[in-house]
Each structure stands twice: as structure tokens, then as C-alpha cells.
Design a protein around this ligand. Structure first.
Ligand SMILES: *Cc1c(COP(=O)(O)O)cnc(C)c1O
Length: 400
């Protein structure tokens, strides 16, 4: 069966160029980058070349890039690191209700340690209002952390405005840019961020590799202790092949960013328009203009998202639901409820996220399958039947 992958916000495939760049660092140039012999020197040179590649993508200096195991570790290090280094008696953090769990759960952990956290709300657009950030700031605010692009609905946040507010208040500003890096322009100077998290596997690099940007002069307490790797910010023998893969993925993304963004946006728009055209009671969630080119989140009222994902999977198409399965129960997504959806609406929501290897054929094939799957699921929904009955007075009262 031909398989189609529309779940690129969850992870992406490693690009062939990236895989080829990584290959030598497993079996030939396998040195420890801290060793002084030839093997070590090869590894060190590769790590430093990758640091340059990542820095260039962000308009940063290479000595402001610190490699980690991925987006989650970068978020944790940035948040715990800045809050831990702050010297005020009481501490307060400003963040947004729509953050990824890597930020949200880190903030929850801070709360258990006595730190106060404000979770700024968003409207139906999914975009944070900078004046709400301004209003949330207190004399003891030690960090503002707001994501760049949301992973579930793609909403792009007004970081430039928030960056200005943070700078004026003298508060360090972190952003989780895992979803935006490599897909839309990310310039740490223009955005005014002091720390920024990214991950290789969301941009056709390998899993388990990531980095964060740390503006020169930003004080940070490391999360881990050990050797002097990464300028004491992140000890541990470098994941050389992973770092090389991240560097190559960053270079690849940078060299094709504008064309690729336009190409993927066109496919996403065709998919979205095709669905809205063919499927009744389908609605796009969030602001359609301020959005990643890769993402659409569509609500099909009267279906269960999980059932949809399974039915699509049986037909060879991978997508995802806004509901996250935790401890066996299907909980509605905190992002979808934050933008005003009811739990039932959140559970009826499907995310299609496109990437580098999707084609127009993928979209056509999906548009052939989706209307039938939605119809099939609605046919077994008691609520949908009631709704149909209510809209057709001639059959009201009869069971169908
Ligand atoms: C995937 C993702 C993360 C986590 O990154 P990992 O490398 O998988 O740990 C964090 N934030 C956002 C917005 C993400 O999409």
C-alpha cells in the first residue's frame, strides 16, 4: 500500500543528504571530540562546523549555540537555567497557555518549587496578545517564555513585539522555536530573543539531537554537571553524528527556506480548501493567515478524532488528532481548549502537518479518501443522526 505521511509536526524523515553527512561519524571518524589525536580532531571539526551551520540559520554567533539531546532538553535547560540563576527573593515566570508540554510541564515543576507562573491566555486565533504579556509582568518576573509557532494549530506568535517588551523590562526572553526553525525565517536579532530552543528531528534531521541559542551575557545555571563540554552549559560526550545531522539539516533548510515554505503552503492550502469544499461541517481552527506553512488543524464535528486517525491509517494516511492520550484516557488538547473549543470539538479535531517530501499526489489521494472516512464515522455517530433529524423537520421524530 502507498503510504502518505501528514504528521511532520510530530517528526520527519531524515533527508538523504543528512543521512550521508552523518554516516562517516559512526564507523570511521568515531573519535571523542575532546581527544587530542586525529580521531578526536575530526570529531571536533565536525561539531564546530555544525555549530556554524546552526548559527547561520538563526543569524547568531556560533559561540551562542549549545548542543543538546533535543527540543525538550533545550526547553528545560533554558527555563530551569535562567530561573535557577536569577537572584530575586521571589520568582515569577510569564508564559502562554498554548505552549508545548516541554515548556508547560517545566513551568508546572517550577510552581512546585515555589515559583509563580502566569499562563497568558489566547483568543480563538491562537495568537498571544503582547499587551497581555506586558500586563502579566511583575517586579519579580525573571523569565518570559513564549513559543514561536504552535505545534498543533501552527499559530505564529508576535515575538518581535514581546521581545521589545522583554528588553524594555530587562527580563530574559526564551522561545520554543522547535516548529518554526527551518520553516519560516527565524532571526534571533529581529525577534529579540535571549534563548531559543530547536530540534533536529522536526527539520529532517535525526532524533535525539537539538540545540539552544544563548545570547552572549545571558546568565544560565546548567541542568547537568560533568565535564566541560559546550562551555560548561551542557556536559557529556557530544553526540557527534547527531550534531552533524542537525548541522546539515539546518543548512538544507536555510538554502531552500523560501521556496520550500511556498511549495508546502500551496499543498497545505490545496488540502485545506479541498476538505472544506468536500466535507460538510468542517472548520479550520486558529488564524489562517498567521500560521506555519506546514500545518492545518481541521475540526470535523460529530466524529471522534482517534477513530478518524485509525480509519485513515488503515487506508495508508498518517495524520494526528488534537487529543493526547495520557494514562489511558483521551484528554482533549490543552491548545484546542485554550482557543475556545469544547472538549468534544477538540476530540473531533485533526492535524495535518506537511513537510519536505509531500507532493501534490499525496494531497489528491488524501482528498479522495477523507470525505468517505468522515461520512462513515458520522454514520455511526448518534449525535450526528440527531443533528440531521433536527435539521430535517419532515423526518423529525422518526428514527433513522
Ligand atoms: C517536538 C516539539 C518539542 C520537543 O522536541 P523533542 O526534540 O522531541 O524533545 C518541543 N516543542 C515543540 C513546539 C515541539 O513541536
Amino acid at each position: 500500500m502507498r503510504r502518505i505521511y501528514f504528521d511532520n509536526n510530530a517528526t520527519t524523515s531524515v533527508a538523504p543528504e543528512v543521512f550521508e553527512a552523518m554516516r562517516p561519524y559512526f564507523v570511521e571518524q568515531y573519535g571523542n571530540a575532546s581527544s587530542i589525536h586525529w580521531f578526536g580532531q575530526q570529531a571536533r571539526a565536525a561539531v564546530e562546523a555544525a555549530r556554524e551551520q546552526v548559527a547561520r540559520l538563526l543569524n547568531a554567533r556560533s559561540n551562542e549555540i549549545i548542543f543538546t539531546s533535543g527540543g525538550t532538553e533545550s526547553d528545560n535547560t533554558a527555563i530551569f537555567g535562567v530561573v535557577g540563576a536569577a537572584r530575586s527573593e521571589t520568582k515569577h515566570v510569564v508564559t502562554a497557555a498554548i505552549e508545548h508540554h516541554a515548556v508547560l510541564h517545566t513551568c508546572k515543576a517550577l510552581e512546585k518549587r515555589g515559583v509563580n507562573v502566569t499562563y497568558v491566555r489566547v483568543g480563538s486565533s491562537g495568537v498571544v496578545d503582547p499587551t497581555d504579556i506586558q500586563r502579566a509582568i511583575r517586579p519579580d518576573t525573571v523569565l518570559i517564555t513564549v513559543m514561536h509557532a504552535n505545534n498543533e494549530i501552527g499559530a505564529v506568535q508576535p515575538l518581535e513585539e514581546i521581545g521589545c517588551i522583554a528588553r524594555e523590562a530587562g527580563i530574559p526572553f526564551h522561545t520554543d522555536a522547535v516548529q518554526s526553525v527551518g520553516k519560516i525565517p527565524v532571526d534571533v536579532e529581529r525577534l529579540g530573543v535571549d534563548l531559543l530552543s530547536l530540534s533536529a528531528h522536526k527539520i529532517n534531521g535525526p532524533k535525539g539531537a537539538g540545540a539552544f541559542y544563548l545570547r552572549r551575557g545571558t546568565v544560565l545555571r546548567p541542568l547537568l554537571y560533568g565535564g566541560h563540554h559546550e562551555r560548561d552549559r551542557r556536559p557529556g560526550t557530544e553526540n557527534v553524528s547527531g550534531i552533524v545531522g542537525l548541522g546539515k539539516a539546518a543548512e538544507l533548510a536555510r538554502s531552500q527556506l523560501a521556496e520550500e515554505a511556498e511549495r508546502v503552503a500551496r499543498l497545505r492550502d490545496q488540502l485545506e480548501a479541498g476538505i472544506l469544499d468536500r466535507v460538510p461541517l468542517a472548520t479550520v481552527t486558529g488564524d489562517r493567515a498567521r500560521r506555519l506553512p506546514t500545518t492545518t488543524n481541521i475540526r470535523f464535528d460529530y466524529i471522534e478524532g482517534e477513530a478518524f486517525v485509525i480509519a485513515m491509517d488503515l487506508r495508508g494516511i498518517a495524520c494526528s488528532t488534537g487529543a493526547a492520550c495520557s494514562s489511558g484516557a483521551v484528554e482533549p488538547s490543552h491548545v484546542l481548549t485554550a482557543v475556545g473549543l469544547t472538549p468534544a470539538q477538540a476530540r473531533a479535531s485533526i492535524r495535518f502537518s506537511l513537510g519536505r517530501f509531500n507532493t501534490a499526489d499525496d494531497v489528491e489521494e488524501a482528498l479522495r479518501i477523507i470525505p468517505a472516512v468522515v461520512e462513515q464515522l458520522r454514520a455511526i455517530s448518534p449525535h450526528y443522526k440527531e443533528q440531521v433529524v433536527a435539521r430535517q423537520p419532515s423526518t423529525a421524530g422518526k428514527s433513522i
